[in-house]
Structures are given as structure tokens and as C-alpha cells.
Write a protein that binds this ligand. Structure first.
Ligand code: M6R
Length: 605
């Protein structure tokens, strides 16, 4: 997803901008660029592809200046190419932008009718053109900027520099994240707190409609009504850059980190000495809550599906679950006995954030389960439950999913106890089972060599099915999503019982079918469905309680995950699915950490 950066300082900032662009690149992008002001001129360098291409390009064609902007672009309007890459410089103004200008078509048509020539296909160029027109009408930069953005509809974070003002940077945001950091020598703005964390400890989140100006290291912030205001700053931990630790890809590093991060996440919420809940972590009045409305996107939505299963079956609390992009436009039945729960790794997903805001407008109290604690979703929530997965860089979410499940499990136990749905003894048993998660994950990681072999049976297929029931149905969806996003093999997750209602028509000797059959109350049912696939010559890989009989008879491959425990099953079974997707993608030689067309942080609708 697009990332913007802007730095104004007392010395050359080109290296700092490059550093930040590298940090932003985990968000997924297809081109990169930067622009600097110097000697009354704006110099711009941009290029299709990786930040490393830009770095090489700048080595041969250097630029410098005390004020500059940078950008990683994830194409929305106009194909990923150098012309459409940001910054967009028109005469004396250059800007970078994250978001979507929804009325760009009308604005562009009007400007074209008035003789304006456009260089790119982007919605962003509208903003440069509008500001340029105001400057040509002799407006001062701030006035020109304010006037131009007043015409925009949609979501944006914008940073602008001006050739006639060596050290002036102006930025604003509506709907897209924007933070700034000020030190003795420089002011940095960014769409991502982590990307600038190495430059200091304090960041400030801007609010929608805010405009910030920085000139000669003096900052002014204005709210939507143009009142001068101050926004509170927050302390962030200085992060050393995560390396690959000897792994070829971040995805594998993150898969392998799961025993550690899960142990950390669980021990934040659960007391493994007393086998009890750390109740102070749930500082929220749940007393009248009878219904929870959950919303999220992608993998986080599948974590929400597991949450629904657990909350209803273990804590006896009714749950409504909605995909965030639907939720935000739907008639939702909020009432004073319901609360809304949003799940997001990045804490910045535009649809989830919009759904959250919709819930808040309807007076819902809001809980969020997030990885990025410094994020828009956290900032808007009444209670934040961090998942402690650590930075996740691979676009395919792995450790964040299992840490989301661990956090949800803790919440379910807390609520189950509070609502009297589980006894003290049951709670203790569940916590004892959860305590084994890190070691059970380690055991499931030991299947990697087997999974590598299984991948050879799958990577040439054009399609695959994942089937499951109960708490493994969300895993069937998640397994299919993982496979398709990094290997580009079409895959579908289906409720095992639904096969016979349509999808079984796809089954033949070429179709891999991954059957999720743990030792739970659906085991026998899953075996029947596996038989249906076998009878049609489907290529079965069975994950769960696998014995030799199944392997000799029905399945061509098996991964024996011999665990029980309502919470443990979906958490542990996620791991072989992650490994499977990884090794299939590796055999296909795909860009595992940055799959095509995908972004890590989806900050546009
Ligand atoms: O940051 P979020 O958890 O809100 O992101 C939601 C989805 O975009 C994300 O889970 C996506 O589906 C991943 N690429 C899945 O691996």
C-alpha cells in the first residue's frame, strides 16, 4: 500500500528519505520515488519497481536538499509505471499521496476543459495541478494547499514541498494515516509510525482534517476549521530493524517465530502459575454485553470466524460476524447490549477502520484486537487487546493470525468466566491446554520436510480445495487464502458438508483436496466427506488425526496433528497450512514476501 514520507531539516535529507522508504517497503508497492527542493528548484527521481532500483538510480543521478518527500506506490489509478509513480511535480509544487481521490474524474474533466494538460493517469496528479493553479494565482503555499484540498473527496494523506521555499513542507490527512515526529534538527512526517521509529521516541498522530506545516523546523498544526491546535504525542519503542535471521523469506521467519510470539501473547493475558486470567488486561465493562458484532478483512476475518465459533460455543455469547467492507455500508442492528469487536494486524485497514467508525457513530462501544498498537484502529478503540506478534513483514499473514487466535481465546475465557458459561475448573483446564500451544507449534513445525514433499504433489495444480467443519472451517478458508495469495493457484475453502451441494463436481484425479480432520466432534463426519472425495479420485491430503489406515486407503498424504482442545486445534492446525502455501509458492518460484497485486497494509477501500 502507498507509503508517504516527508522530511525537512537543517542538512541534506536524501539518505534519511531513502532509509524511510526501505522501512515502508514492507507494506507492498510497485514503484518508488523522491523529490527534493534545492536552489529554488524541485528535483524528482522515480522509478517502477523496488526501492533498490530507486537507490541505484539516485546513485547515478544524485539529488540533495534540506527538504524532501518520498513515496512507495501501490497502483490504484493508472498502471504501475514510472510516469504514474510519485512524487507528482507540477512547476513549483511536488506532492506525494496515499489514498484515493474519489471525485478525481469530475475534477480532471473540469481541469482539462480549462486547458490543463495531465502527465499521468493518477488521481494524485489532480492535487498537484490544483495547488499549482492556486500558486499561479499568487496564493501563498498554505492558502494554495488549503484551497486545493477543499475540493477533494475521498481519503488521503498528502505531503507537499515548494520550489520557492527551501524548507517548507505542508501535509494533511483525511481517512488515511499520517504521523509526525519532531527532533532538534528535523521534522519527519510519514504514513507509518514504524517507518520513522528509528529517528526518535515520540510520534504524534494527526486527525482527519488536520494540516501541518513545517518550516525551518517550526511546526504549526491546524484543525479542519483552521484553528491552530496541538496534538498529543506518544512514546514509541525504538525498534531495531528486523533481519531475516538466516531465513530466505520473512514469511518463513515469521512462521518459525510462532512458538515464541504465542508464548508471549498468551502469557500477557493468562497466568500460567495460577491457571487464571489476568483480569486487569480486560479493563472494560462487559457486564451488560449480550452480543458481540465482529468485523475484519482477509485473514483477520477468518480469525473472527474462529472467534464466533468459540464465543458462541464456549462463552455462550451470541456473535454476528461481518466482512468489514460489507459492514460499513450495511444496516447493522446495534443496541446497548451489543459491542463491536474489530480485528486487524496493521490497525490501518481502511474498510475495518470505516466499519469501526460506523459502529462508533451508532454509539457502539468498541474493542479492537491489533498487532500495531500505534495505529488508527487502536486510537479509536475503547479497549485495545494487542496480539504481540511483533512486526509482520511478509504480506501473507501467519504469526499475526495465530496470535490473534491466542488473544481471542483469552478474551473468550475471560468472558466465559464472567458470564458463568464456564466453571473455574473448566477455565483452568483450558488454560492448561493453552499453555501447551508453543510446544505443540514446535511439533507441527517438524512436519516441514513432509510438507515439502506434499507440496510437490500440489504445485502443478491449477486449483485446490480445503475442507473443514466447526473450528477448522475458518482454517479451510485461511488455508485456501494463503495458497492463492502467494502461489497464485486458485483455491477454495468449503464446509465439508457443503461439498455435495456443488463443489464436488470439481473433484477428479487432478484436484488436490486438503481435508482438515482433527480429533474433535466432527471427526467421523469429516471422514465421510473424505470418502466422497476419494470415490471421485480426488488427491487427498489429510491434516489432523491421521492413522495408517487412512493413509493406506483414502489419502495420498497425511500430517498427523495429534492434539485435542477446543482452542488448540485451530491455532496448531494453521501452521501446516502456512508451510504448505510457503513450499508450493517456493516450488513455483514466486515472490513470497511481496506477492503480486497485494499490499501488507490495505489503507484504501
Ligand atoms: O492488517 P489487517 O489484519 O487488517 O489486514 C487484513 C487483510 O488485508 C490481511 O489479513 C490479508 O488478507 C493478508 N494478506 C492475508 O494473508
Amino acid at each position: 500500500m502507498c507509503g508517504i514520507i516527508g522530511i525537512s531539516a537543517k542538512a541534506d535529507v536524501s539518505n534519511d528519505i531513502m532509509t524511510c522508504l526501505k522501512s515502508l517497503s514492507y507494506r507492498g508497492y510497485d514503484s518508488a520515488g523522491m523529490a527534493m527542493v534545492g536552489d529554488g528548484q524541485i528535483s524528482e527521481r522515480k522509478i517502477k519497481g523496488k526501492v533498490s532500483n530507486l537507490e541505484d538510480y539516485i546513485k547515478n543521478n544524485p539529488i540533495s536538499g534540506n527538504c524532501g518527500i518520498g513515496h512507495t506506490r501501490w497502483a490504484t489509478h493508472g498502471e504501475p509505471n514510472t510516469i504514474n509513480a510519485h512524487p507528482h511535480t507540477i512547476s513549483k509544487i511536488s506532492i506525494v499521496h496515499n489514498g484515493i481521490i474519489e471525485n478525481y474524474h469530475e475534477l480532471k474533466t473540469t481541469l482539462k476543459d480549462n486547458g490543463v494538460n495531465f502527465i499521468s493517469d493518477t488521481d494524485t496528479e489532480i492535487i498537484s495541478q490544483l495547488i499549482n493553479i492556486e500558486l499561479m494565482n499568487n496564493k501563498q503555499p498554505l492558502d494554495a494547499f488549503i484551497h486545493a484540498i477543499s475540493k477533494l473527496e475521498g481519503a488521503y494523506a498528502i505531503a507537499a514541498i515548494f520550489s520557492d521555499y527551501n524548507n517548507l513542507m505542508i501535509a494533511s490527512k483525511v481517512g488515511s494515516p499520517l504521523v509526525f515526529m519532531k527532533s532538534k534538527n528535523k521534522t519527519i512526517i510519514s504514513s507509518d509510525a514504524y517507518s520513522i521509529a528509528e529517528f526518535g521516541n515520540n510520534i504524534t498522530y494527526l486527525e482527519d482534517g488536520d494540516i501541518i506545516t513545517s518550516q525551518n523546523n517550526k511546526i504549526h498544526i491546524f484543525d479542519r476549521a483552521l484553528n491552530k491546535i496541538k496534538r498529543p504525542s506518544k512514546r514509541i519503542s525504538k525498534r531495531t530493524k528486523d533481519g531475516l535471521n538466516g531465513h530466505e523469506h520473512f514469511m518463513m521467519k515469521e512462521i518459525k517465530e510462532q512458538p515464541d510470539v504465542l508464548s508471549y501473547a498468551l502469557s500477557n493475558y493468562l497466568d500460567f502459575t495460577e491457571f487464571d486470567i489476568k483480569e486487569n488486561k480486560f479493563d472494560f465493562d462487559f457486564s451488560n454485553v449480550e452480543r458481540i458484532i465482529i468485523s475484519a478483512c482477509g485473514t483477520a476475518y477468518f480469525a473472527g470466524m474462529v472467534a464466533k465459533y468459540w464465543l458462541e460455543n464456549i462463552a455462550n455469547i451470541k456473535v454476528d460476524l461481518e466482512i468489514a467492507s460489507e459492514f460499513r455500508y450495511k444496516k447493522m442492528f446495534f443496541d446497548e447490549k451489543s459491542i463491536s469487536l474489530f480485528i486487524s494486524q496493521s490497525g490501518e485497514t481502511a474498510d475495518t477502520l470505516a466499519a469501526l467508525k460506523y459502529a462508533k457513530q451508532n454509539k457502539q462501544r468498541v474493542i479492537s484486537i491489533v498487532n500495531a498498537e500505534e495505529s488508527s484502529i487502536s486510537n479509536e478503540s475503547d479497549l485495545v487487546l494487542p496480539i504481540f506478534a511483533g512486526q509482520e513483514i511478509g504480506v501473507a499473514s501467519t504469526k499475526a493470525f495465530t496470535c490473534q487466535l491466542a488473544t481471542i481465546a483469552s478474551l473468550v475465557l475471560y468472558l466465559g468466566g464472567l458470564k458463568g458459561a464456564i466453571t473455574k475448573e473448566q477455565k483452568e483446564t483450558y488454560i492448561q491446554e493453552l499453555m501447551h500451544i508453543p510446544s505443540q507449534i514446535l511439533q507441527s513445525l517438524e512436519f516441514e520436510q513432509t510438507i515439502k514433499k506434499i507440496s510437490k504433489d500440489i504445485y502443478k495444480s491449477s486449483s485446490a480445495l480445503f475442507i473443514g467443519r466447526g473450528s477448522t472451517l475458518p482454517l479451510a478458508f485461511e488455508g485456501a487464502l494463503k495458497l492463492k495469495e502467494i502461489s497464485y493457484i486458485h483455491a477454495e475453502g468449503i464446509a465439508s458438508g457443503e461439498l455435495k451441494h456443488g463443489a464436488i463436481a470439481l473433484v477428479d484425479k487432478n484436484l488436490p483436496v486438503i481435508v482438515l480432520a482433527p480429533d474433535d466432534l466432527f471427526y467421523v463426519k469429516n471422514l465421510s466427506n473424505m470418502n466422497e472425495v476419494y470415490a471421485r479420485s480426488g488427491k487427498i491430503t489429510m491434516i489432523g488425526k491421521v492413522d495408517n489406515e487412512h493413509l493406506k486407503g483414502l489419502a495420498i498424504n497425511g500430517i498427523d496433528i495429534d492434539i485435542t482442545g477446543k482452542f488448540n486445534i485451530p491455532i496448531i492446525m494453521a501452521v501446516p497450512l502456512q508451510l504448505l502455501a510457503y513450499h508450493v509458492a517456493k516450488l513455483k518460484n514466486k515472490d513470497i514476501d511481496q506477492p503480486r497485486n497485494l499490499a501488507k497494509s490495505v489503507t484504501v477501500e
